[in-house]
Design a protein around this ligand. Sequence first.
Ligand SMILES: Cc1cc2nc3c(=O)[nH]c(=O)nc-3n(C[C@H](O)[C@H](O)[C@H](O)COP(=O)(O)OP(=O)(O)OC[C@H]3O[C@@H](n4cnc5c(N)ncnc54)[C@H](O)[C@@H]3O)c2cc1C
Length: 504
Amino acid sequence: MDAIVIGSGPNGLTAAATLARRGWSVLVLEAQHRPGGACYSEELTLPGYVHDVGAAFFPFADDSPAFRDLDLTGAGLEWRNAARESCHPAPDGSCVTISRDPEQSAISFGEDGPAWRRLALWRRAMGDRLAAALLGPLPGFGAALRLGPYHLAWLAREGLGSTASFAVRHFRTEAARRVLPALALHVDLGPDDFAGAGLGLVLALLASGPGFRIPVGGARSITHALIRRLEEAGGVLRCSARAERIVVRGGRAVAVRTSDGDEIPVGRAVLADVGPLALYHRLLEEIPATAGMRRRMRHFRYGWGTFKMDWALSGPVPWTAAEARQSAVVHAGDSVADLRSFTRQVRGGELPTNPYLVIGQQSLADPSRAPVGGHTLWAYSRVPSVVEGGWAAQREAFADRIERRLEGLAPGFRSLIRARAIFSPPDLQAMNENLVGGDLGGGSAHIDQQLFFRPAFPYFRYRTPVRGLYLASASTHPGAGVHGACGYNAARFALHDYLASRVA
Ligand SMILES: Cc1cc2nc3c(=O)[nH]c(=O)nc-3n(C[C@H](O)[C@H](O)[C@H](O)COP(=O)(O)OP(=O)(O)OC[C@H]3O[C@@H](n4cnc5c(N)ncnc54)[C@H](O)[C@@H]3O)c2cc1C
């Protein structure tokens, strides 16, 4: 084999397909019985109800350079949008919603409509330069400068603040002020955290641009399209094949040993779609070259845990807020103060009393997810990875708490439930060992683990101290999300290094 890719998440498959399309012979080893990592769909509740096991909304569907290069729509992937993108209702009846149409959003933002319109039009003016700057490899001076010096300075200044301070500066109503803090809480960034506004703003702008896109047939359709691109270029995917050891000789990765005892030689590169702890502490044996990274990776921090639920419903969710009935994603977070107290509780190791929720309504845009008349619902909250008494004892009661919260925003919701599935942090990690402690982001999203520090300086360009070995997972820049960029960038470095070694 020219290359072995360990792990078939979206980054692993993107890396593998990219290399295969450049003529390399590629083998992907996947520990689980099915591919896709956190980008897959299964009938988790009842027959005919298709639920996304992890990622569900894809704002980088069109703009990701990796997905563009692989032409995933040409590989059979079909995207849909709901009528609205991100709805933020509260029990007091207030509600604002981001739509792709800036005017529709501006009406929803009411008094804050002009402020929102300015942001949405700014995003429109940036076009796909924004995705290129966000997703390309670092240092990325060219892509950053293409945004224009004024826009770059504005983005940097605003992005380095907290979401709460951004909200106070730009919006007057509480309903508008809670939007960015709710979006940044997709990861472990609370309303007052330094540089939280960067992530909150990016997600808000993406919602207003391409939107929170929904693949027909479920997140697994993305994985299937990637596999198609891999296999048509001659690449091979092997499931139920866990990589146990990367064999290093003379400072270079030369083979991968699997759980069934095979040792597969590799000629050019190994790309690992795994966490940095797993790479440096399990897959690599102790060698002097990696001693420094082994030590540093002991301090690599994972983000909070995730508590995820799926429901099979007999009808659409009867939200009190009419806009929520049309929205791909609904966020439950009553106010900035409510999100602050949620953050405090999760950081303090407590189960949140009023769980913040990211709620997904995929079947609104893709009826293939449920039997006729039925609907799916997907939601997660952020929680401590470990709780007093253990998750096994807490999960049902916490799931009931989440349902009570939904019932408050949509009276009658519980009467529609036909079945539910619950995934606490240990359940998520059992499904995919990259979701350490239930963290959905491959590592904390705080600024000290982003950009040049992901996973650690100076290894922010996918290379490792072992020649021919690359880290290609969401634990590298640009981090969490299904955009394939970590894998794509890592593959391009592997290609570059191989060509450079031939010239030398
Ligand atoms: C609940 C949840 C909701 C999310 N929502 C969204 C969303 O709406 N939109 C979005 O863009 N992103 C979302 N994400 C994040 C997104 O899914 C991840 O950032 C993305 O899947 C990371 O891709 P990856 O390829 O780095 O790793 P993963 O998808 O984690 O895949 C890693 C793969 O490697 C395999 N593996 C690990 N170790 C080994 C080994 N030793 N040998 C062989 N195989 C191995 C694993 O089994 C797994 O299949 C969500 C994640 C979760 C969990």
